[in-house]
Each structure stands twice: as C-alpha cells, then as structure tokens.
Design a binder for this molecule. Structure first.
Ligand code: SAH
Ligand code: SF4
Ligand code: F3S
Length: 458
C-alpha cells in the first residue's frame, strides 16, 4: 500500500515535469529546525528537481517558495511569519507559488493564523503528508486553488522518495520517526506522531548506496535513536554494528540518543567500532532530579552522572556533548546550581543551551510557576560563561596532538584554508590542497580558539 502511494506520487512528479517543460523555473527553500527537518528538505529538493525546478539562493528569483518549518521554540515561529510576509511580495510581483510544510503546520492555532492573516499561500502540508507534495502541487498548478493537506495520525513510513543531498562528504539517514517520550516541555510528540522504525534492510541499503557514491560520514537520525526497533530483537546496537561493517564509510554518528535508553550493548558497540564518533551526545536538559522529574525525563541527576562515568570508564577517549534548558517552570536557584554542577562534573565538549519556551498543548505550559524572563536570561548567561570557560580549557588540551580528521571542504571565511573535523567534532582549519577534500588525513593542532582549532598537515 505504501509503495503504491509513492508510485502514485512519482506519476504526479512526471505530470508536473510535463507542465514545466521548456521553462526555466527556480525554487527557493528555507529549512528551519533540526537535522530531521534538513533531511526532509533534502527529499523535498529531490522531488522538486525531478519536476524540473532548479534551486536558487535568493527568494526574489523563485517561481516556487518553500518553507519547511519548526515549532520547538517560539523564535522558530516568529521567523516564519516574517519570511512569509517577504514571500507575499514575490508572489505579487511574479506569481510565485508559496508552499509551507513541516512541524509547525501540525499545530491548529498556527493554521488558524495562516488562514486568517496569510491566506495568500498555495500549499500547506504537515509532517505526515510530506510525501504527497507532488500531488498537492499538481492540484495547485492545474486547478489554481489552494491546498491544505494536514492529517493527524500516528504516522507511517514511506520509502523510495527522490532525494537531493546538501553535501558530498556527509549524509544524514533517518532511522526512526516520531517520539513517544512526552517530555513535558516538548512539542515534538504532538507534531511528529508515534515512534516508528525503518526496516534495517532499507537503512543499510541506503547507506551502502551512499558509500558507493563516495560519502564518508553517516549520521543516523531520530528523535530517540537508541529506541530503534528493527524487529526480531534487532536493536540500535545491532544497527550500529552493521553500519560500521559497510566499507568506505569512515565515520558513523548518531543523534539524538536518550540517556534512559543508553543500554550496555550500545556502549559495547561504540567501544568495538572505531568508526563511531568519539563525541557522544547525551541530552541532559537539567541537572536537578527535581526538575528532571517534572520534565518527565525518567532519570535522576545521579543516574545521569553514573551513565556518563560508565561510558567514560569503558571508552576513555570519549567526550560528551549535551542539550540544556534553563528556566523550566518551578526551577529554583538550587535546581539551576545542580545543572551547573553536572556541567562541571561531565566537562562537556559542546553544550547546546536553550531558554525554556512555552509550547501550547504541552504539560509544562500549564504549570503555574513560570520563571520570569530576567531570571531565565540571568541563568542562561551564567551557564554560558561556565561552558565557554570549560570549552576554552578543553581546546587547549588539543594543542600539539595529532588528529585524524575528515576534510570537509574549503573554509567558509577564508578559501585559502580547508576545514575538517576531529572524531570529537572539533572544527580544524589548516592550509592544504583541494585534493584533500573528502579524505581522512592527519593534522597537528597548533593553535586553539573557542570555535575552532588551527592545524597543519602532519
Ligand atoms: N529528541 C531530541 C531532541 C529534541 S529537540 C532529544 O530528546 O534530545 C532539541 C532540543 O531542544 C532538546 O534537547 C531541548 O533541549 C530543546 N527543547 C525542546 N523543547 C524546548 C522548549 N519548549 N524550550 C526550550 N528548549 C526546548
Ligand atoms: Fe522531545 Fe523528549 Fe521526544 Fe526529545 S525525547 S523529542 S525532548 S519529547
Ligand atoms: Fe523542530 Fe520539528 Fe525538528 S519541531 S526541532 S523541526 S522535529
């Protein structure tokens, strides 16, 4: 049934290609949100290119404007409405089609707002109807009426959509969709549906093809990757092992695991496979057992520290990165100090810090004691200060070491320099010839900074 659905969409792609024949048409895409959304956008780009559209970087030149939205925090929302306003002008000038998709479209109050104040859009689709984009677009092109294609279901998996990837060295592969965890602050379970895992064969075949195409680094993606369930007792650790067996793939990463599901077999798999990145993302969210309980994270401060310690004991070269939310409702000074305490103890190599943002429909939004903005900001700044100090100290440890790095391309700020990453995800820039791009090489680190290290080919 699912295959039939994709075949049907491929027919729509052909029909649109026919309509577009002989014209030079451009699309502009803006992706907000996480790597899962980026991966979805790569599929949208794949479909559009097969329809005959070419990508452009400037919205003003586009015949089709596409926004892939996120609603994880309020600032992601604010950004969209500004951009849709800009797109309106382009539509008035050259008749561009405006399509809006992704997580935010699964929220009722957003749809109401769009229909009331931004009703000039052409297509709206959600997280469960992305694969139907060709059909929706075809209806707009043919009938010139607008489409709102949103469904609220647990979700299905569709294989075989075309894909156009952003990069030639690194590729993301979604292994599971949705989330069942219902952390009390988080909107994702409401907009992405229930957890569902792709078949292991589909994942491994996709990665084998990527390896043949020359990709060196694979990131396995999911909202909760380590709850991957491939059936017949085939779990995330088995998948990791099998991905590492694929020749020509040099680096394997995964995002995001949940500490509660970080089982010993996963630790063993990391230990036994040098291809797996030596930076492990272990989202903490808060260091206070009290707050973690209210967040519905299902681990305590002590259990988190114990897990980090166990991983470090088994794999001493591992470092950690994390996500932290400050200003969760009812968070008190002593709770925040627990967060600072965990940051000090685990000595994270990278910390993604967020100010708590109220999300309509979540349990935390209904909690009475929301934290005033100035306290949230004050705590955020204190955390940032501590994190930056630690990162600076950690970076100094790299000086004089030889690192095996994957060369990603020319440095964005200086095209005389190349940029690469260590197996702990540190950016290294160094002088080198273009032919080193997409190769694993050794560099010696000679200088450190907050955002990158400087090296020389060794
Ligand atoms: N599934 C992943 C990632 C979720 S979204 C995980 O569980 O780690 C990425 C990060 O956004 C989360 O880890 C959390 O730190 C942050 N986040 C989620 N909801 C938020 C909210 N309402 N306010 C602020 N930050 C939030
Ligand atoms: Fe959100 Fe928690 Fe699911 Fe991550 S695990 S997506 S934070 S509900
Ligand atoms: Fe945002 Fe959706 Fe990802 S809400 S963080 S784009 S899953």
């Amino acid at each position: 049934m699912e295959n039939y659905e994709i075949e049907k969409q491929k027919e729509y792609i052909k029909k649109i290609k026919k309509i577009n024949e002989g014209k030079t048409l451009f699309y502009y895409i803006l992706t907000m949100g996480c790597q899962l959304n980026e991966n979805d956008s790569e599929k949208l780009c794949g479909m559009l290119e097969e329809m005959g559209y070419k990508k452009c970087e400037n919205m003003q030149n586009a015949d089709l404007i596409l926004f892939n939205t996120c609603c994880i925090r309020e600032n992601a929302e604010d950004k969209l409405f500004g951009k849709v306003g800009e797109a309106k002008k382009v539509k008035e000038e050259n008749g561009a089609i405006i399509a809006i998709g992704g997580c935010m479209m699964q929220e009722k109050h957003i749809l109401e707002k769009l229909n009331k104040s931004y009703s000039f859009y052409d297509v709206i689709f959600g997280t469960h109807t992305l694969h139907k984009f060709p059909e929706d677009l075809y209806k707009v092109l043919e009938k010139k009426n607008k489409i709102q294609d949103i469904i609220d279901i647990d979700g299905e998996i569709y294989e075989g959509l075309p894909i156009k990837r952003n990069d030639k060295t690194k590729a993301s592969v979604t292994i599971m969709y949705g989330c069942n965890n219902y952390c009390s602050y988080c909107i994702v379970p409401y907009v992405r549906g229930r957890e569902r895992s792709r078949k292991k064969e589909d994942i491994l075949n996709e990665i084998k093809t990527l390896a043949e195409e020359g990709y060196k680094e694979i990131t396995l993606l999911g909202q909760n990757v380590n709850s991957y369930d491939g059936g017949e007792n085939y779990k995330f650790a088995n998948l990791l092992e099998d991905v590492c067996k694929i020749k020509k793939i040099e680096i394997v990463k995964f995002l995001s695991p949940h500490p509660k599901d970080f089982t010993d077999d996963v630790i063993e798999a990391i230990k036994n496979n040098k291809k797996i990145s030596r930076i492990i993302h272990l989202p903490l969210q808060s260091g206070s057992t009290n707050v973690l309980k209210k967040m519905n994270r299902k681990y305590t401060k002590e259990q988190y520290l114990e897990l980090a310690k166990k991983i470090k004991e088994k794999i001493p070269e591992v470092v950690f990165s994390t996500d932290i939310i400050v200003g969760f409702p009812e968070e008190e000074e002593k709770d925040f100090e627990d967060t600072l305490d965990v940051v000090k103890k685990v000595n994270f190599e990278q910390v993604y810090m967020f100010i708590y943002s109220r999300r309509v429909g979540t349990l935390a939004d209904k909690m009475e004691k929301q934290i005033p903005e100035e306290i949230k900001h004050e705590r955020f700044n204190r955390l940032k200060e501590l994190v930056e100090k630690q990162i600076e100290q950690n970076n100094q440890k790299y000086i004089g070491t030889i690192q095996e790095v994957l060369v990603e391309g020319k440095s964005k700020n200086n095209d005389q320099m190349l940029t690469a990453r260590t197996n702990t995800n540190k950016v290294v820039i160094f002088e080198g010839k273009e032919e080193l791009i997409n190769k694993m090489i050794k560099v010696k680190i000679i200088e450190d900074g907050l955002w990158y290290l400087k090296g020389e080919v060794s």
